[in-house]
Design a protein around this ligand. Structure first.
Ligand code: TYD
Ligand code: MG
Length: 468
C-alpha cells in the first residue's frame, strides 16, 4: 500500500493508518485518529523535480567545535552541554504552566543584554501579555524583539531580513501553521510541517531556534512527539505543580550529554537558578522520623542528596496499595520482593507509599538501598540516623551491588554535614573525609537486621518526640 493511502494519523503518536478506527493500535489512545489526506503535496501526474548536484565532502575534513553561545542562564547551559549551538533546533517540552515561557523569556533577555539579537515569537499570548510578564520579571528594558505570530512563512520571511538573530524562541510549536500543508492547525501534520520549515531556516541562517512544546498529562509530548527525532535536542522541563522546584532535563542531545539536570525555583520574580540543589532537596527534611532516608545520588556529573520517604501501613484492602512518586514503580516492586524473599520482611498485608521529596524524579538504581532503608524504617517504626546517607543497588539475590562515583557522593554528603554513609562493600574510596564513618553492607538482610534491632530497642510511638 502506498504511503498516500495511510491518511489517518494518530494525533498522539503520529502512527498512520489506512482507515479510521476508534483506538490507535500503536499507542493505545482512543479517538486520536484524524484524516490528514491533504498532506501529500505531490498530485498524480506531477513529475518529480530534477535533482540538484551537490558536493560530497570527506569525513576527515576540519572538524570545528560546534560554535556555542552561553545563554546567560548557567543551569540551561549545563543541560544543553555548554550553551546554544549555532544553527541548532531545541525542543523545550513540559506541562502547561510549568514555566517554559518564563524560562525562555529570561534566557532571551539575558542574551539581549549581552548584546545579541534575540527574538521571541508567541503564538499563545499577545505581545502585551509577554511584555507584562517581562516587566514583572524585571526584564522590561531588555532588547528582546517580540511578535505574536503563528504563520511560519511570515515568521521565516521576517527573520530573514536584516541581521540574523542569535536566538529565536517559538512559543509554542502547536500554535504554528504552515501553508505548505493543508490540514488544520494543531494536527500532527501541521506541527511536523511547521517544525520542518523552522529547522530548515535554522540550518540555513545559523540562528539557534528553541521550540516550545506542551506535553499531555501522561508525560508524552503531544503532537510535538513527532518533532522529537527532527530536532537536535529535546529538553524536558518538569516539576510537581505544588512544589516550587523545577528540573530541566535533556532527553536527547546531539551536541552534548543527556544526563545533566538544571535546577530552578519558581519565585514571585521568575525562575531562580539553584547552583547547589542538595541544600534545596534537604531543606524540607524531617530526618529522625521513621521512614525517612537520605539518598546520595548523582545527576549527570553532579552529586545530589535527596530525601526518600516511605510509609508502610497495615492495609484494609484485599490487594494492598503500592504508590510511588518520583521513582520507578517496578523498582519498588523489586525491592519489596527482595525484602520478602531474602530478608523475612512481610509486606503482603501492608500498603506501601514511597515519595521522593521536593518533586524530584530519581532514575538511578543506586537509590535501591535508600528506598529499602526507608521502607524497613517505617515498618519497624525505627528512625534512621539523621546524619547518615544511603546508596547502593540491590540485586535480586539480596546482595548490595557497587555503584559508580562513590567518592563524589561521599564528598557531597560530608560537605553538607553528614558523618555516616551506608554503602556497598566495593567502591570505598582510598581516603575518606576526616570524621566520616562508612558502613559497608554486603547484603540487604544485614541492613534490615540493623534497623529492626534499633526499632525493638525503642518503644513504639516514642520516636516522634525525638526531633524536638
Ligand atoms: P509559564 O511560563 O507561563 O508556563 P508555560 O509557558 O510552561 O505554560 O508559567 C506559568 C506559571 O508560573 C504561572 O502559573 C505562574 C507562575 N509564575 C510565577 O510563579 N512567578 C513568575 O514570576 C511568573 C512569570 C510565573
Ligand atoms: Mg507558555
Amino acid at each position: 500500500m502506498s504511503r498516500r493511502g495511510l491518511s489517518f494519523v494518530c494525533q498522539n503518536c503520529g502512527a498512520a493508518f489506512s482507515r479510521w478506527q476508534g483506538k490507535c493500535e500503536a499507542c493505545g489512545e482512543w479517538n486520536t485518529l484524524a484524516d490528514e489526506a491533504a498532506e501529500t503535496p505531490a498530485g498524480p501526474g506531477r513529475k518529480p523535480a530534477k535533482g540538484r548536484l551537490f558536493a560530497l565532502e570527506p569525513l576527515s575534513g576540519e572538524a570545528r567545535e560546534a560554535p556555542r553561545l552561553p545563554s546567560g542562564l548557567a543551569e540551561l547551559d549545563r543541560v544543553t552541554g555548554g550553551g546554544l549551538v549555532r544553527g541548532s533546533v531545541l525542543l523545550m517540552a513540559g506541562d502547561p504552566g510549568i514555566g517554559k515561557s518564563t524560562l525562555l523569556i529570561q534566557a532571551a533577555a539575558a542574551l539581549a543584554r549581552a548584546g545579541h539579537r534575540a527574538v521571541y515569537i508567541s503564538g499563545e499570548e499577545a505581545v502585551a501579555q509577554v511584555r507584562l510578564r517581562a516587566e514583572r520579571l524585571g526584564l522590561g528594558t531588555a532588547a528582546v524583539e517580540l511578535a505574536a505570530e503563528t504563520a511560519v512563512e511570515d515568521i521565516v520571511a521576517t527573520l530573514s531580513e536584516g541581521k540574523t538573530p542569535r536566538l529565536i524562541v517559538i512559543d509554542s510549536i502547536q500554535t504554528m501553521w504552515t501553508s505548505a500543508v493543508e490540514s488544520a492547525p494543531g494536527t500532527v501534520t501541521q506541527v511536523r510541517g511547521s517544525a520542518q520549515a523552522l529547522i530548515r531556516y535554522a540550518k540555513r541562517s545559523g540562528a539557534a531556534v528553541i521550540l516550545v512544546g506542551h506535553v499531555t498529562k501522561d508525560g508524552q509530548i503531544a503532537g510535538p512527539r513527532v518533532v522529537e527525532h527532527m530536532v537536535d535536542a529535546v529538553l524536558s522541563f518538569e516539576g510537581e505543580g505544588s512544589h516550587q522546584f523545577r528540573i530541566l532535563r535533556a532527553v536527547k542531545n546531539r551536541f552534548g550529554p543527556t544526563d545533566e539536570i538544571g535546577v530552578f525555583e519558581m519565585t514571585g520574580s521568575g525562575l531562580r537558578q539553584i547552583a547547589n540543589p542538595s541544600e534545596l532537596f534537604l531543606s524540607e527534611r524531617d530526618l529522625g522520623q521513621p521512614g525517612t532516608a537520605v539518598f546520595a545520588g548523582i545527576e549527570g556529573t553532579r552529586p545530589l542528596l535527596v530525601e526518600i520517604q516511605a510509609l508502610v501501613a497495615p492495609s484494609s484492602l484485599g490487594t494492598p496499595r503500592r504508590a510511588v512518586v518520583g521513582w520507578d514503580p517496578s523498582r519498588l516492586s523489586m525491592v519489596l520482593a527482595v525484602l520478602e524473599a531474602h530478608c523475612g520482611v512481610r509486606l503482603g498485608g501492608h500498603d506501601v507509599y514511597l515519595n521522593v521529596a521536593g518533586g524530584l524524579r530519581i532514575q538511578e538504581p543506586a537509590a535501591d538501598l535508600a528506598a529499602a532503608a526507608a521502607l524497613v524504617s517505617s515498618l519497624a517504626n525505627a528512625p534512621l540516623p539523621a546524619d547518615a546517607v544511603y546508596f547502593g543497588e540491590v540485586s535480586l539475590s539480596g546482595a548490595i551491588r557497587p555503584v559508580a562515583q562513590a567518592p563524589a557522593r561521599l564528598k557531597e554528603a560530608a560537605k553538607l554535614g553528614f558523618v555516616r554513609a551506608v554503602m556497598p562493600e566495593a567502591g570505598r574510596p582510598e581516603s575518606a573525609e576526616a570524621g566520616f564513618t562508612i558502613s559497608e553492607m554486603a547484603n540487604l538482610a544485614a541492613l534490615v537486621a540493623g534497623i529492626a534491632a534499633d526499632g525493638r530497642a525503642k518503644p513504639r510511638g516514642k520516636s516522634r518526640g525525638q526531633d524536638g
